[in-house]
Design a binder for this molecule. Structure first.
Ligand SMILES: Nc1ncnc2c1ncn2[C@@H]1O[C@H](COP(=O)(O)OP(=O)(O)OP(=O)(O)O)[C@@H](O)[C@H]1O
Length: 454
């Protein structure tokens, strides 16, 4: 209230001076106008939080229509401003009409000062929250525009990749739920982004949830949100990821990693299109398009009793299978050039090129980690290269199987890296299988892959 700027418009001078006396000292600025014709000019002059507006201006004509007219004028200029009508007892009906038109409240003449101050205080609060909402909305629009601005660089012209892209273009604009399958690193997330970018939901966000890294205990609060105090660590209200993707796209990565109880909870939300935040009673309506990705064979998981059939039907209206990189080797040169450009720019190594024998070597390799592995391989040689041309010998692909009794001369970290690389090769890039082979969680495996640049 102390920071508020109040504009009072009334042709009755004694009302103006009474209100001026009451409010000066309680507010930052109080401005009185006896002629409504200068009202709009005054709104342009300064940013007011509240306008106190008389219902009647012309002496003798008490239709109140002038008040409603000026109310609409104010909103046309600034719909966020709080307007309180000042009205005589006989005009209550009109004052109610003004409230229907957007005024926050009305005060009857003669007013009680306490009541008037409370009404103005509420109006200031409302005006502040409207300003805050408007600011957040603009910020949100800005962020979404920024996120969606960049067109994805999807490299590939092989028939296998073209088939994928034709399917993406066909289904993007529909609201169909899509399941993207393929080995790790084949571009599932990239394709999900492209589907979102080409969809009618691209004005809103795509929210990415990695089901493989959410702990069972946090699943509900991460996805559905919670109210402050809903559980010990819930220190503030939090919107869940599903609600955050409302009107946009919800990308559920590694859907095959979901436990059966979590599958049931997710299915209920997708079926009912409603969710209830933890600790709250009222369900919230949601309107999301679901895109899922997995490297697991979900049909086999259904047969084995590890994945709900009804959930599979719900998420795989359309299935897009991404080819492994070894099955579209003709795209390797273009991908290599693309990543070379990316990393020579990033590491300031302009002019670095790649020899044709190096490209041949890349084409001959079987890429168990697919495009991601190729990307990391190029990044590594760009960092290490101190020549102008990358040669075949710069790429070293290890296929190591260490026997338990073998003496190893390297550091513990090198050994760990080799073990992980060997396991990825052995399991053909299936990270779930790699993590169970090595006896570590998927998250730990991800961290190590990132750490070692595998
Ligand atoms: N066609 C492509 N053109 C350019 N870059 C690609 C392409 N396909 C994949 N990539 C890049 O390869 C990396 C891995 O892609 P992405 O994360 O989409 O794969 P993924 O299948 O979702 O992997 P995971 O199953 O491990 O989550 C990303 O950096 C992505 O930008």
């Amino acid at each position: 209230m102390k920071e508020a700027k109040i504009l009072i418009v009334d042709d009755n001078k004694s009302i103006l001076s009474a209100l001026d006396l009451l409010l000066t000292g309680n507010c930052k600025k109080v401005k009185c106008l006896s002629n409504p014709n200068v009202l709009l000019a005054e709104l342009i002059e300064d940013s007011y939080d509240v306008v106190l507006l008389d219902m009647n201006f012309k002496a003798g004509i008490n239709t109140g229509n002038e008040g409603i007219y000026w109310l609409n004028q104010i909103f046309e200029y600034n719909p966020g401003i709080s307007v309180i009508m000042i009205t005589a007892y006989g005009d209550v009906e009109l004052a109610v009409k003004a409230v229907r038109n957007g005024a926050v409240d009305f005060v009857l003449k003669p007013w009680e000062n306490e009541k008037m101050l409370t009404t103005i205080e509420m109006a200031v609060k409302l005006s502040n929250s409207r300003k805050e909402v408007r600011k957040l909305r603009l910020k949100e629009d800005e962020l979404i525009a920024e996120i969606n601005k960049s067109k994805n660089d999807l490299i590939g012209s092989s028939p296998e990749w073209e088939t994928v892209m034709a399917m993406v273009r066909k289904v993007a604009a529909t609201d169909a739920n899509i399941l993207i399958t393929g080995e790790n690193g084949t571009g599932k997330e990239l394709i999900a982004r492209e589907i979102h970018r080409l969809s009618n939901r691209s004005q809103n966000v795509m929210v990415n949830v990695d089901m493989g890294s959410i702990a069972e205990t946090l699943f509900e609060s991460e996805l559905f949100g919670h109210k402050k105090g809903a559980f010990t660590d819930a220190q503030s209200d939090r919107m869940g990821k599903i609600e955050a993707s409302n009107k946009g796209t919800l990308f559920l990565d590694e859907i095959g990693n979901l436990s059966l109880p979590m599958q049931a909870k997710l299915l209920a939300v997708l079926q009912n299109r409603k969710l209830t935040r933890l600790g709250e009673n009222l369900p919230v309506d949601i309107d999301v398009r679901v895109v899922c990705a997995t490297n697991c064979d979900l049909s086999k998981m259904v047969n084995d009793g590890n994945f709900r059939e009804d959930l599979l039907y719900r998420i795989n209206t359309i299935q897009i299978e991404l080819p492994a990189l070894r099955d579209r080797k003709m795209d390797i040169p273009a991908l290599a050039e693309f990543f070379l450009q990316l990393y020579t720019d990033k590491y300031n190594k302009k002019g670095l090129t790649i020899s044709s024998d190096a490209i041949s070597k890349l084409k001959a390799y079987h890429w168990p980690g697919n495009v991601r592995e190729l990307q990391h391989a190029i990044e590594k040689v760009v960092i290490l290269s101190d020549r102008h041309v990358i040669k075949a010998a710069d790429f070293v692909f290890k296929s190591v199987e260490l026997s338990s009794g073998e003496a190893y001369g390297g550091t513990l970290e090198e050994m760990e890296k080799q073990l992980i690389t060997a396991a990825i090769e052995k399991q053909m890039g299936n990270l779930s299988a790699v993590s169970s082979q090595l006896g570590i969680t998927r998250q730990t495996l991800y961290n190590k892959i990132k750490k070692y640049g595998i």
